[in-house]
Design a protein around this ligand. Structure first.
Ligand code: PRP
Ligand code: URA
Length: 215
């Protein structure tokens, strides 16, 4: 997998703060309130990296000392698109960095028997084609949900898409990157694999349930 990652558009995070927060997320003793805060913070820290190639333009600024040319983020508009439900947890972290971004939503859940994604909602900012789109979901397991979400966005005209997840299984990462080889994929941590229920091992359990306190 290491060689495969090096040859692709996959970025595996190594930042100590992100790794520390992911360990706290995994802990079975981390309660809903803390879990939610951690997902948001990781969303912000990973967003900082994922948006590091935003285009800049020079504008004239007057400081108290003199006028100068200084860079600002240029016209390309952003859309954040969480995969419901768990992807919602990362949105506020990204909005802290880019408060004017629009937010779309894609509703998918995994069928508990087949583990295949079932679509129930899609609402994207219009027009979507000119935007830089960041899709968020804490978990990339089999990759079925992520592949469907990206396909749906492309069918609506989205072109410039980045995918951000906190924990990925090699199976899902390979599937997503092979389906969309040009798409940048940002991963907080690459785990060992999937268990017989297609849950990530060691993972953190069910991200949606832990964020929203359900189950
Ligand atoms: C989880 C997770 C991903 C998906 C990953 O959502 O948030 O969307 O599973 O699994 P996959 O890679 O095998 O498709 P879930 O279906 O549990 O829905 P929820 O967020 O509403 O709980
Ligand atoms: N969805 C989750 O929330 N966790 C997993 O490990 C796999 C899918």
């Amino acid at each position: 997998m290491k060689e495969y990652v090096e040859k692709s558009n996959i970025f595996i995070n190594t930042h100590p703060l992100v790794q520390h927060k992911i360990s706290m997320l995994r802990d079975i003793h981390t309660g809903t309130n803390e879990f939610r805060k951690l997902v948001e913070e990781i969303g912000m820290l990973m967003g900082y990296e994922a948006l590091s190639d935003l285009p800049l333009e020079e504008v004239e600024i007057e400081t108290p000392i003199e006028k100068c040319k200084s860079p600002v983020v240029s016209g390309r508009k952003l859309a954040i698109v969480p995969i419901l439900r768990a992807g919602l947890g990362m949105v506020n972290g990204l909005l802290a960095l880019t408060p004017t971004a629009k937010v779309g939503h894609i509703g998918l859940y995994r069928d508990p028997k087949t583990h295949n994604p079932v679509e129930y909602y899609c609402k994207l900012p219009d027009p979507i084609n000119e935007r830089i789109i960041v899709v968020t979901d804490p978990m990339l397991a089999t990759g079925g949900s992520a592949c469907d979400a990206v396909r749906m966005i492309r069918e609506h005209g989205g072109v410039n898409i980045k995918f951000m997840c906190i924990i990925a299984a090699p199976e899902g990462l390979r599937r997503l990157s092979e389906a969309f080889p040009d798409m940048q994929i940002y991963v907080g941590h690459l785990d060992k694999g999937l268990n017989e229920n297609a849950y990530i091992v060691p993972g953190l359990g069910d991200a949606g349930d832990r964020i929203f306190g359900t189950k």
